[in-house]
Design a protein around this ligand. Structure first.
Ligand code: 13P
Ligand code: SF4
Length: 366
């Protein structure tokens, strides 16, 4: 890939700092990062995989997280006291994570549990540390899109209901995948009394879904799927579970970021695969799988992920351990770590295994 001359120089500087710090430095890059950032990292992955790396690399003194804030914060929670976690731009947030705050969640929790006693709180990784801590305190867990079904199964094996926040669509698609009936899933609108529900509907519900969403993944619409099906009748369409259930219903496969990566890698040569997720990942998949025709369902960029660039990565490295260091208050950290450790124990294998079978058996052809 061609870089602008300034970037080329910056990349060389980054590489020389990396070499000088050696094993002391760990650069983690999310799949939605631009290619030049991913190329500079020690590992690329989804939020689950990168949490595992952060927890496992106890020898690294400095962790630089190229992703969004909640991911770096989770790495900090799982890291050791002698480690620092930095993010190249503190403004790289997540709109969905901002859709649930601790006061509103605590109020909703109070209302739900005054009607139903046996409720398991499960929070999506895309959330603040205080919400993860809330789940830790109440016996709940964190999940990512790669282990959401395992987390829901785990929750429902212990309590009668799951209270899931903040992504309505991941929650609903997970419930659908598990065969939970639509009338057993209610939406909690935080600004309305009882979340816009009745006492009766809350009693009957198996799953309570917070009314939050990802602006990047809800940009995909049914008409995009229909248009692409018409243009490429033999193509396979794979989408992320943050998409609406209507889009998911028309796709050939749905799965987490890692699942999408594997889906494309496992497809037979010459397959046309149309992908409904963040554009930086799709562009990289197209480059790395030149024997396949990888296309986007519709252009959708995450501007938060795109805030990380080689300039601010170099700045973080030049000021290693000093700037944009993520800190989490001790009490919150202890409880949030409990919930994150429960998540790490709910490995994504079950889901991936089943999905892998479905890749070869049902979805990927020529
Ligand atoms: P992953 O958990 O698959 O890495 O995705 C995070 C995310 O923000 C998706 O929009
Ligand atoms: Fe958040 Fe959506 Fe960006 Fe993921 S793609 S980080 S959910 S805004």
């Amino acid at each position: 890939m061609q870089h602008d001359p300034d970037d080329k120089e910056i990349i060389e500087q980054i590489l020389s700092i990396k070499e000088a710090l050696g094993e002391k430095l760990l650069i983690l890059t999310h799949h939605y990062q631009r290619k030049e950032i991913v190329d500079l990292g020690n590992y690329r992955g989804d939020s689950f995989g990168l949490s595992q790396k952060a927890a496992a690399h106890k020898g690294a003194r400095f962790i630089v997280f190229c992703g969004v804030h909640f991911m770096a914060e989770s790495a900090e929670i799982l890291s050791q006291p002698h480690q620092t976690v930095q993010i190249p731009d503190l403004e790289a947030g997540c709109w969905m994570a901002d859709m649930a705050d601790i006061q509103t969640v605590e109020r909703a929790w109070g209302e739900v549990t005054s009607i139903a006693e046996s409720v398991m709180p499960i929070v999506y990784m895309n959330s603040g540390a205080d919400l993860k801590a809330f789940c830790g305190r109440h016996g709940g867990t964190v999940c990512t899109s790669s282990n959401a079904p395992a987390a829901f199964r785990w929750g429902l094996s212990q309590r009668e209901k799951v209270f899931f926040f903040p992504d309505l669509h991941l929650g609903r698609n997970t419930g659908n995948q598990m065969g939970i009936r639509p009338e057993e899933m209610i939406v909690w609108k935080p600004e309305e009394p009882l979340g816009g529900n009745t006492t009766e509907s809350i009693k009957k519900a198996k799953v309570v879904l917070w009314d939050g969403y990802c602006l990047v993944h809800t940009r995909f619409r049914v008409e995009h799927v229909l248009k692409m099906r018409e243009r490429f009748p033999h193509a396979k369409i794979v989408v992320h579970p943050e998409c609406t259930q209507e889009v998911v219903a028309l796709a050939d496969a749905v799965g987490s970021t890692s699942f999408i990566v594997k889906y494309v890698e496992n497809a037979l040569p010459s397959t046309t695969i149309i992908v409904g997720t963040e554009i930086n990942l799709i562009n990289r998949l197209a480059l790395e799988n030149p024997d396949k025709n990888v296309l986007d369902l519709h252009y959708s960029l995450c501007p938060n992920m795109a805030k990380i660039n080689v300039k601010n990565l170099l700045w973080a490295l030049e000021n290693i351990g000093q700037v944009n260091v993520i800190t989490v208050p001790k009490g919150i950290k202890t409880d949030a770590r409990m919930a994150l450790n429960r998540m790490l124990a709910l490995a994504p294998e079950t889901t991936l295994q089943r999905n892998r079978e479905s890749v070869s058996e049902r979805h990927v052809g020529t």
